[in-house]
Design a protein around this ligand. Structure first.
Ligand SMILES: NC(=O)c1ccc[n+]([C@@H]2O[C@H](COP(=O)([O-])OP(=O)(O)OC[C@H]3O[C@@H](n4cnc5c(N)ncnc54)[C@H](OP(=O)(O)O)[C@@H]3O)[C@@H](O)[C@H]2O)c1
Ligand SMILES: *[C@@H]1O[C@H](CO)[C@@H](O)[C@H](O)[C@H]1NC(C)=O
Ligand SMILES: *[C@@H]1O[C@H](CO)[C@@H](O)[C@H](O)[C@H]1NC(C)=O
Length: 269
């Protein structure tokens, strides 16, 4: 049965004090913003990164230490099921528990669909879809184990999908990316039902967010997007953190298997 929270003042429902959250791809962009939001809500935080430099990671560690929570970063490639499974188990060992997992690591490759190489296709699917699934699987097993031990009632999983799951972006070409995100949203909905007794699973689908992922596009594309975003601007990563905290917390206790689209109106026209 879905866990029912007791009635309490609304801001207290957003608190993540005493909880532990893990964000994959938390070293930059959207994952970093989500991790900061969870920390500001009181959660201890673990992140994974893949290729960030030691120098960059030092800055990230200092940033989280200044938030006054326990923090640890793990180098882990999510495409490798053994690595991410061991990483999740290590987080439970290091922090003593795990409550919230955000499978967020993702990549985008832009090539005309008819020219996409097998290697780029596999890479897109293996990070965005396989990696997110392996992360969620390891999280589910950690949640179940804690539930059996009586130390957790319900875990939370918040995937980072994309508006690309539902619409055809234009003029950039990224069909396999969009397919990976559509698959991720379907996966989210199926897992949400299958795991409802021990985990609440949802997804956030950002629109155009100002990160390294968007910087690679030519100016013409970016000008064109402005003309189709009703809000007439990109989203800053910090504008997403409230949504991650909402779906990770008791404030969303009856939200199950939803895709929360954050696109400045982009998907509406
Ligand atoms: N930006 C947008 O407009 C937008 C819109 C919709 C959805 N999204 C989605 O949001 C998520 C984050 O995107 P972003 O824009 O924040 O991207 P980003 O700035 O490029 O950051 C990507 C993050 O993923 C990590 N990562 C990449 N490959 C990995 C791997 N194999 N294993 C583990 N970690 C890996 C990176 O770690 P290192 O830096 O250490 O390599 C980095 O922390 C992605 O799933 C993306 O598809 C983005
Ligand atoms: C992740 O790291 C591996 C090995 O360190 C590297 O081969 C791969 O290109 C990296 N992936 C990304 C998306 O940076
Ligand atoms: C994929 O989705 C993006 C939106 O993120 C969109 O700009 C692009 O046109 C889509 N591409 C295809 C081929 O579906």
């Amino acid at each position: 049965m879905l866990y029912q929270v007791a009635e309490s003042p609304v801001l207290s429902l957003f608190s993540l004090k005493g909880q532990v959250s893990l964000v994959t791809g938390g070293s930059r962009g959207i994952g970093l913003a989500a991790a900061i939001g969870l920390a500001e809500a009181g959660s201890d935080v673990a992140i994974t990164y893949n290729s960030s430099s030691d120098e960059h990671m030092k800055e990230i560690i200092a940033k989280f230490e200044s938030l006054g929570i326990k923090f640890k970063a793990y180098k882990c490639n999510v495409v490798n099921k053994k690595d991410i499974t061991e990483c999740v188990e290590q987080v439970v060992k290091d922090f003593g528990r795990l409550d919230v997992v955000v499978p967020n690591a993702g990549i985008a490759v832009h090539e005309p669909a008819e020219d996409f190489t097998e290697d780029d296709y596999r890479k897109t699917m293996s990070v965005n879809l396989d990696g997110a699934y392996y992360t969620a699987q390891a999280a589910a097993n950690a949640f179940k184990k804690q539930k059996q031990q009586g130390t957790l009632i319900q875990g939370k999983i918040v995937f980072t999908a994309s508006v690309s799951s539902a619409i055809v972006n234009f003029p950039q070409k990224q069909a396999p990316y969009n397919a990976s995100k559509a698959g991720l949203v379907r996966l989210c909905k199926c897992l949400a039902v299958e795991w409802v007794d021990f985990a609440r699973v949802n997804a956030i689908s950002p629109g155009f967010i100002a990160t390294d992922m968007l910087d690679v596009h030519p100016k013409e594309n970016r000008d064109f997007w402005m003309s189709v975003i009703p809000g007439k601007r990109h989203c800053q990563t910090h504008e997403l953190k409230g949504a991650y905290v909402f779906l990770a917390s008791d404030a969303s206790s009856y939200v199950v298997g939803e895709e929360l689209i954050i696109g400045g109106g982009y998907s509406l026209i």
